[in-house]
Structures are given as C-alpha cells and as structure tokens.
Design a protein around this ligand. Sequence first.
Ligand code: ADP
Length: 412
Amino acid sequence: MNILVINAGSSSLKYQLFDMRTESIIAKGICDRIGIDGFLKHTPVSNGKPEYSSGIPLPTHAEAISAVIEKLTSADYGVIKSLTEINAIGHRVVHGGRRFIESVLIDDEVLDAIEACVRLAPLHIPANLLGINACAEKMPGIPQVAVFDTAFHHTIPEHAYIYAVPYKYYEENDVRRYGFHGTSHRFVSAKAIEYLGGKAEGTKIVTCHLGNGSSLTAVKNGKSIDTSMGVTPLEGVPMGTRCGSVDPALLSIISEFDGISLNEAMDVLNKKSGMLGVSGVSSDFRDIEAAAGGARNEGGAAENALRKRAKLSLDIFNYQVAKFIGSYTFAMGGLDAIVFTAGVGENSSYTRAGVCALLNGVGVRIDGEKNEQRCSGEYMDITGDGSIAKVLVIPTNEELVIARDTIEIVGK
Ligand code: ADP
C-alpha cells in the first residue's frame, strides 16, 4: 500500500510517497516558489532514476500537485505507473482547534471544521486547505486524511492550557494553549519509551524539538502534559525569527517606539526577533554558530561586537531550553530522559552541550565524545556517567507518523 504524504505551506509543497509494506520512501520532493514562479525538486528513491530539479511554472497549488503526479508517474523520473498505485493521501494540518484531537478522514464536514480553525492559524491553515483541495481536484476518489500538529497535546490538563486572562476568551473564542510539533513530539517520545523499556506508564520525558521553530514538551506516561508553544507558535523558547515568551507589554512598547501598528509590532516579534533579532547575523543556527566561533579578539571592534551578539543569542537559547526542561522536570515530578530532535537538536552538538551544561548542577551529564558524533540510526544515547536522566538524540520523522495514521484510518 502506497501513501502520499503532503505538507503544504503558502508557497511550498513537500511530498513523500511511502511504500507502507516496508515503511520506506519511494520518492520525495518539494514544489517551491508556488505563486511566484515555481521550482520542482523530485527525487525518485526506490529505483535509481535521476533526480529532477528545475524551474517550472507553478501559479497555484493545483499546478504543483499536477507536477508532482506527472513526475511520480513519468517514464524518466517516475516510481509508479499510475495514480491507482496511490492508496491514500495524508496531510499535515497545523491546527486542529479544540475539535480535532486525533487524525481524521477528510470529508466535506471535516473540511468545514478545519476551515473554522483558520482564525487560530491564519498563516498556515489556508495553505493546508489549498493542498487538500488541490489533491481532491487532481486525484479525485483517493481518500485523504488530516493529521494535526496540535492533536498530541490534547491531553494537557486545564490548569496548564488555560491562560490567566478573562475566561470568556477561552469559552467564546477558543483561546488556550494548543501547542504544535505534536506529530514530532509523539514520534520521538514513543521512540524514547521504546528505548527505556517499552512501558509508557511511569515514564517522564522532556522532548526538545529544536529547529527553525522550536518547542519542548513534558511527556508523562506517554502523554503530553505541557508544551512550550501556545495558542500560536510564537510562545516558548526563542526561535529562528520568533521571540518566544516575552512580557506581552513589549507589543505596545515596540509599537510606540517604532511608530507602527500593533499588527506591525506582531510582525517584529514573529519575523525579526529570536536568534535573528539578537544575533543580527541570521536566523539559521549554522550561520550563528559560525559567527560566534573563531578566535577571540581578532578582527576589528565591529566584528567582535557581532561575534559577542551571535554568542549571546546562543546563550539565550540554551538558557531558555534548559529552563523549560527544569520546569517540566518539576511539573512531572522527575525526569527519565531528555530527547533532542529536529534540525538543531539532531545536529548541533554545541546546543546539546550548552543546554546540558546548564543542567549539570541537578545531575544531568552527557558524554562529550558521544555528543560530537552524528546520529546515523534511530537513536543516539549521549548520556554521561552518573547522569540522573538519559540524554538521547532521536531523529524525528513526522512524515512517517502521517503515513502510519493515514493507513490506520483508511484500512490496510
Ligand atoms: P524547520 O523548523 O524549518 O523544520 P529544521 O528542523 O529543519 O527546521 O531545523 C533547521 C535549523 O537546524 C536551522 O537553523 C539549521 O541551521 C539547523 N541546523 C541544521 N544542521 C545543523 C548543524 N549541523 N549544526 C547546527 N545547526 C544545524
């Protein structure tokens, strides 16, 4: 059974086609710059055919899906003969609101309910819907499943998800902590439980999904009991360009200082803050680590000032991540494992070492040598001698979770 997994953004559409007999990827790719000019990168994985990578006109998501179908079935780059070899399509949907606490088969009523979540994720849901509608148009009759980023967090208790603002905003406007990256937190926490012996009951894990967007989750007994992102993905630790948790009064302070509207000030917090805002270098951790490194006191004063700010942004990030791990350890009444995942968590030994050094005082230890290695398998255990908790690097695989949920729902 083949499952096509789609992750549609406003100007991009990523896809992976899975053979679920072996849970292996047959082909994958990305349509980029949709609505601008268009670019398609398609990689046949299963049969050694060449990669396709070229600019092609992609005015809307419908043309993007057509291009994906054409490549998947083409003689030169294809991996299947026809669309009948795609049994179902799984979509990543960013927000499921209060209603969607698990993955669902998409029908008209579900589509309406997803549309009703637009006000909670105005940048993301419309793009997800474009992807779903384009698939319905170009691949009619193939069942589609929605897998929600928020669903794993539906087990968070009220006292952790209600904001201390007038209750009517929750009752009348669905304002609460939802959390995101749920598919990733679910995948890596399940893997960690497997590693710890296979029984979810009694386990206390903090999963750190650290990428462009970052969130941490307290996973107790296999269930999310708290997470750092909130009603939107702006809350929590600082991110590539997002500020994370700040004093909400900053919004009006920035707006007054710059003479801009509150919406424009929101833009500053979403797009110009975080690692980019502090470092002034980049939102990308590799660039920042490079800028922060090198010999001290070399170069001119300006260069040193930049280096200091790059280092400061990494220090702020590590501190906030460590603070969340600490508070979740108390919230869960203990800690069995810290899991690092996503672009930064999986690849940055600097971040892992920095975060764990801040937790050294409470007994978290990593093995410096193991931390420098690359995780090539499903796990990398970097726990040091005498550590009170395991420290694990577990590569996330959100697409596989989506494919698994999809097959589960449409039947084997
Ligand atoms: P997204 O949230 O867009 O899915 P990713 O999980 O792919 O993001 O993470 C992207 C981030 O991971 C970037 O900031 C990138 O610099 C960082 N990253 C990737 N590889 C490394 C590395 N070897 N060292 C440090 N950071 C890395």
